[in-house]
Ligand binder design. Structure first.
Ligand SMILES: *[C@@H]1O[C@H](CO)[C@@H](O)[C@H](O)[C@H]1NC(C)=O
Ligand SMILES: *[C@@H]1O[C@H](CO)[C@@H](O)[C@H](O)[C@H]1NC(C)=O
Ligand SMILES: *[C@@H]1O[C@H](CO)[C@@H](O)[C@H](O)[C@H]1NC(C)=O
Ligand SMILES: *[C@@H]1O[C@H](CO)[C@@H](O)[C@H](O)[C@H]1NC(C)=O
Length: 245
């Protein structure tokens, strides 16, 4: 009986992933598997709540200065990661996933342990000014797993001319795989208090309507939407999953 179950499990796993490899479990980590080098991330990590949107249930601490324009986001990942996205909000204390919007950052489909460093939002182009506050959120899956995990960094914007860049590493792991732009997460947020009616910013392909469908259907769902989905759908399912918070 046990042997039958094992064979079934192995068959299922090899069919879905095309390879059997040891996978990391969130409970193996005592710090976030993906951390911010810059801007600095929220303190703390709890494997039991890391899958809680929007910030893994960690409270906001001090805000770091961050340039209004020209900023970078530098991450370090201690294990292989799938479907990593970075989004932002101008909400002063975001409590829901849908306070956040995409700013054009590519979706990282696959990356090994090491670094990931990319351009941050052009906050001026997003209508913000020096003195405004923002929160960046990274969400991702452990390699080959379904659950999304969330981590945040809180910033206060300063003019690029008065920003002193601290020392941090900015490098990409060599095996980084970036999603095609038409497979990259796109979502527009709304201010807290408004009705949750997600729209994707580009309406011309299947992913956009999938995002809207995931978001609207999950608002009446009562269970966590940890679904098995592939490609862009994996990213968009997170929109549905995180609606519950
Ligand atoms: C982690 O979160 C769980 C669930 O909320 C809680 O019971 C536990 O005390 C937390 N652990 C720490 C170290 O805060
Ligand atoms: C953490 O989770 C608890 C229980 O759901 C919630 O009451 C609390 O507001 C959360 N804290 C943060 C910072 O998200
Ligand atoms: C890392 O990859 C991203 C996405 O392709 C790219 O925008 C960024 O410039 C790369 N970073 C470095 C340090 O090469
Ligand atoms: C994305 O673009 C590629 C190449 O142009 C195309 O083959 C693919 O069908 C497109 N995907 C979607 C979801 O539109």
């Amino acid at each position: 009986m046990l042997a039958t179950l094992l064979v079934a499990a192995l068959t299922a796993s090899s069919a879905s992933a095309m390879a059997i490899s040891p996978r990391a479990s969130i409970t193996e980590f005592t710090t976030s598997p993906v951390v911010f080098n810059f801007p600095p991330g929220r303190e703390g990590f709890n494997a039991s709540t890391a899958s809680k949107a929007p910030c893994g249930n960690m409270t906001m601490g001090a805000r770091a200065n961050y340039p209004l324009t020209g900023g970078q986001i530098s991450l370090s990942q201690t294990t292989a990661i799938d479907n990593l996205n970075i989004v932002y909000t101008n909400d002063k204390d975001p409590a829901r996933f849908h306070a956040f919007s995409s700013f054009g950052a590519a979706t990282v489909q696959d990356i090994g342990s090491g670094g990931y460093c990319t351009a941050g939002p052009d906050f001026a182009a997003l209508g913000m000014a020096a003195g405004d506050v923002a929160t960046l959120m990274v969400f991702y899956q452990l390699d080959g797993a379904e659950t999304y995990y969330y981590h945040c960094a809180d910033v206060q914007l300063v003019a690029e001319s008065s920003f002193t860049k601290p020392s941090y590493t900015c490098a990409n792991a060599t095996d980084v795989q970036i999603a095609a732009s038409n497979d990259t997460l796109s979502m527009s947020g709304w201010s807290s208090g408004m009705a949750p009616t997600a729209t994707a910013s580009s309406g011309s392909h299947a992913s956009s309507s999938a995002a809207a469908a995931a978001a609207s259907s999950s608002s009446t769902s009562t269970s966590r939407a940890d679904r098995v989905v592939a490609g862009a759908g994996a990213v968009l399912a997170a929109v549905g999953a995180a609606m519950l918070f």
